[in-house]
Design a protein around this ligand. Structure first.
Ligand SMILES: C[S@@+](CC[C@H](N)C(=O)[O-])C[C@H]1O[C@@H](n2cnc3c(N)ncnc32)[C@H](O)[C@@H]1O
Length: 428
């Protein structure tokens, strides 16, 4: 282990964690890092840890334990299900066969305790039923403790909260310690230790893959690391294969990467059309997420890169009402997608000015600043997005599907962490 020469002892440990695992531990998380050190090796402290890490025999195992303690392993079965349900398993099988493989090779990268890997096997099972699915799923993670739980295959009710009864019956059985993954599922999944930052991508002797799923991990890394990993994952795909990043992970890289990753992302479910949402309090209900007519096609154009169409539509909307924040927001999205984050920031700033509770606009303004490397401004916007959510201000649900609020919160926190500017307190 290379031990840095400068900074407080705790900062030096944070630097080692970042270089080893990619996980950025910003200043606000240093107390949590101190607690992680105490769990990894009680009584040692940052100074003692730095000394021990230099020890050839004990150092590597201690570092593994520390990284294991630092990582966030929150997950569940069928998490962000919509991102997985759009997968075309039969199409993936065609892709595999073209390469002479009788099975679809799947990689769940950073799979934590295995729920994502088993979920993919389960979805493939549903797609190919009644015959056994031709898939081989590899689940990997940096954290040995998570992989032990994955191999164990026993889960609590919370972990299965998204799994409906027929799927539970088919793929799990109960024992006194919880719900146990069935043998049919286990046979489709293997687990291995793999560090996305330190190990080759794809893992040695594995790949190429028809499907790679990497979610809720890039948010902990800095932009350069995200770029390197995303490029590696793309190279690990078989031609015609599919890379699925999480909604939050897609906004963690530089704009170039964002666009590529967005192109590989599943289509978003279209919001329902209908009622107007303007000027009503957010607390009413989900129906407030529904935009007024005309907004939806413009938004879809901006989100799918049909820039000219989006700009033309927002021109018309602004001619009708120049003080409507929505067209300014859509225009900003289009400008960012067109590779002009500066223009995007100006449009999005107008949207936020006109409606300070416009959550998505605040978040997208953060992304535009991120793309311009305006770290402080980006951090301010992400904080504003979190504040808007926290306070449940009017406008919070503008142009949002209900579950997107959670994604925006996770992405904002992730970016704040990676920018080293997270808010203090439990929200981070
Ligand atoms: C929040 S979990 C995500 C689990 C799952 N992908 C999901 O979306 O539900 C993040 C996982 O990333 C893992 N992780 C962190 N840094 C990693 C690295 N450098 N290489 C591989 N896994 C890493 C952590 O150990 C943790 O299990």
């Amino acid at each position: 282990v290379m031990i840095p020469e400068t900074g407080s002892e705790l900062e030096r440990v944070a630097d080692i964690v970042r270089r080893t695992s990619g996980v950025v531990v910003g200043a606000p998380q240093l107390p949590a890092l101190a607690a992680a050190i105490a769990r990894a090796e009680p009584g040692l402290g940052a100074g003692g840890l730095l000394l021990e890490l230099g020890d050839r025999t004990r150092g590597p195992a201690l570092l593994d334990r520390l990284v294991d303690e630092v990582t966030v392993k929150e997950t569940c079965f069928l998490r962000h299900r919509s991102e997985l349900e759009t997968l075309d398993w039969r199409g993936l099988l065609e892709v595999a066969r073209r390469r002479g493989s009788p099975v679809i090779r799947v990689w769940s990268a950073a799979c934590a305790s295995g729920e994502e890997a088993y979920s993919l096997a389960m979805l493939a099972g549903q797609a190919f039923a009644p015959v056994p699915p031709p898939v081989a799923v590899l689940g990997t993670d940096i954290a040995a403790s998570a992989l032990r739980r994955a191999a164990h295959g026993r889960y609590g009710a919370r972990s299965l909260r998204n799994v409906e009864e027929p799927l539970r019956e088919r793929y799990f059985h109960a024992d006194p310690d919880g719900l146990v993954v069935s043998q049919t599922l286990r046979e489709l999944v293997t687990f291995a230790r793999h560090n996305l930052v330190g190990d080759p991508i794809p893992p040695v002797g594995r790949g190429p893959f028809e499907l790679i799923v990497c979610r809720n991990v890039l948010i902990y890394f800095d932009r350069d690391t995200v770029d390197q990993i995303t490029a590696g994952l793309e190279r690990a795909l078989a031609p015609g294969g599919r890379l699925v990043l999480g909604a939050a992970d897609r906004v963690s890289g530089k704009p170039r990467v964002l666009r590529r990753a967005a192109a590989a992302a599943p289509p978003r479910p279209a919001p329902r059309a209908g009622a107007r949402d303007r000027g009503r309090p957010a607390s009413r209900d989900v129906a407030l997420a529904v935009p007024e007519p005309g907004v939806e096609p413009a938004l879809a154009a901006a989100e799918t890169g049909r820039i000219d169409e989006a700009i033309a539509a927002t021109d018309a909307m602004l001619a009708a009402d120049a003080l409507d924040p929505v067209p300014h927001f859509i225009r900003g999205l289009a400008e960012h997608a067109a590779g002009d984050p500066e223009a995007a920031a100006a449009s999005l700033r107008r949207a936020v000015y006109l409606d300070p509770g416009f959550l998505r606009a605040a978040f997208e303004l953060g992304r535009a600043h991120d793309a311009l490397n305006h770290d402080a401004a980006a951090a301010r916007c992400y904080r504003q997005a979190l504040d808007v959510l926290h306070e449940g201000r009017p406008g919070v649900r503008r142009l949002l599907n209900p579950r997107e609020a959670g994604d925006i919160a996770a992405a904002s926190r992730g970016r704040l962490r990676a920018l080293g500017a997270a808010r203090t307190g439990p929200a981070a």
